[in-house]
Design a protein around this ligand. Sequence first.
Ligand code: FMN
Length: 188
Amino acid sequence: MNLLIAYATTDGQTRKIARFAADRLAGQGHAVELLNVEDTEGLDLSRFDGAILAGSLHAGGYQKSLARFATDQAAALARMPTLFLAVSLSAAGNDPEDWAGLHRCLADFEADTGWTPGRTEHVAGAFRFSEYDFFRAWAMRRIADQKGETVEPGTDKEYTDWAALILAVDGWVAGVTPRVKAAAVSAG
Ligand SMILES: Cc1cc2nc3c(=O)[nH]c(=O)nc-3n(C[C@H](O)[C@H](O)[C@H](O)COP(=O)(O)O)c2cc1C
């Protein structure tokens, strides 16, 4: 299968997740193109059998670059199997309020972009203190405190469940079928 993985990342964890999914799918024999959404100008989605989009939640919203890509490509995405890997720290826990927030953020993203993913997987991200500036580190330490998490200054803490991600990616790709080429349709 020809598969696209397009991601947006602020601190790097979504890139790691997207690359992991790409390696997994390539290892199964699929042809995978892994792209930062910033590098997708003019991309023709019709040559892909399916697409994974990935982005992360920052202050209640996914990256603007991801929203732009999804908006521009909404019609093409609607014609193919898609999976949205929605990365956040809320997904690391079981707090009902946090999960209600995740569902609200997803609904807002869908309304803003006009794209409704075929499937969405909420993926737990990471604290990346090695990437934060002073103010972000301060804000994230407060969030960690509120959640009862202990974090070491300058140290990253990863919550991503890689085994769950494998299940999500494998489950999604099992439902992807090769795109019927226009020529084959008109010939047959
Ligand atoms: C400034 C900032 C704001 C964040 N806001 C949220 C949020 O509103 N909800 C949430 O669940 N996670 C939030 N997170 C957690 C990120 O989604 C998480 O760290 C994720 O792994 C970031 O992915 P990235 O490294 O690809 O940018 C925030 C993180 C930062 C640094």
